[in-house]
Write a protein that binds this ligand. Structure first.
Ligand code: RP5
Length: 246
């Protein structure tokens, strides 16, 4: 597996360098560069559009545009690392995870880079599947947001299913309404779940910050569409046999 790691600043080295070390046992090739989305946009465009490999990991602090810009420039799976420089990384987490539908970034919690090496290791071993299975906590009515994911899934040749338990034959997406719903060691993605009125209250995003610190990879709140788009990038790359051996 060939992975490119890009961070917004050398001042993020305290996070980027342990990440690179954690990826080396999992990947055949790990390339690292500092390229800022805000300061070096032309160089970033050239690098990302010409780079060939399996996945890109992008990290930054503050207004962390880098992972989202990278995801807009490549069809590859993109992992995002919020750097906790201020507010415990709340600013960079929201910048990275709260992407518009269609441009998915799989974000770890602020500075919680171990989740990425674990995910990549599990991805290597996973079978390709065309099923995206939403795991819905007991007592949660998620029918509306799951319905929203169906057109994107159909467009990508994927099928959406849901139940209260994971499906071993599917790519599992865990809806999280409380910390007990997090499956930080399981292969899959997390989607923070909020009722519409609760998603209007800014204070509730603090719960997401807390949840992501417990591990796992995350897309935006209620953003089932980006869970499907992320699954599509992962499955397409695997099914097409595009993984690079060296
Ligand atoms: C972000 O701004 C970087 O990723 C870093 O976390 C922060 C500060 O960057 P420097 O001014 O230290 O280069 O884009």
């Amino acid at each position: 597996m060939k992975v490119f790691v890009v961070f917004g600043s050398a001042s993020d080295d305290n996070v980027s360098q342990p990440l690179v070390e954690s990826l080396k046992p999992v990947c055949d090739s790990v390339e690292f560069q500092v390229i800022s989305a805000h300061r070096n946009i032309d160089r970033l465009h050239d690098k990302i559009t010409n780079w060939q490999g399996d996945a890109i990991v992008a990290g930054a602090g503050l207004a962390a545009a880098l992972p989202g810009v990278v995801a807009a420039l490549t069809p590859l799976p993109v992992f995002g690392v919020p750097v906790a420089s201020q507010f415990g990384g709340l600013d960079s987490l929201a910048s990275i995870a709260q992407m518009p539908p269609g441009v998915p970034v799989l974000a770890c919690g602020p500075d919680k880079t171990d989740a990425i090496a674990l995910f990549l290791d599990q991805w290597k071993a996973a079978q390709a599947t065309a099923i995206v299975h939403f795991v819905v906590p007991e007592g949660i009515d998620a029918a509306g947001i799951i319905e929203k994911a169906r057109p994107a899934a159909k467009d990508k040749g994927l099928t959406v299913t849901s139940s209260n338990a994971p499906d071993a034959a599917a790519f599992n997406v865990y809806l999280v309404a409380g910390a007990e719903d997090i499956r930080s060691q399981a292969f899959g993605l997390h989607v923070p779940f909020f009722k519409t009125e609760d998603a209007a209250d800014p204070k509730n995003y603090l719960a997401v910050l807390d949840w992501t610190k417990r591990g796992g990879l995350w897309v935006g709140a209620n953003n089932t569409r980006n869970a499907v788009h992320a699954a599509a990038r992962l499955q397409h790359h695997k099914a097409e046999g595009k993984r690079n051996a060296a």
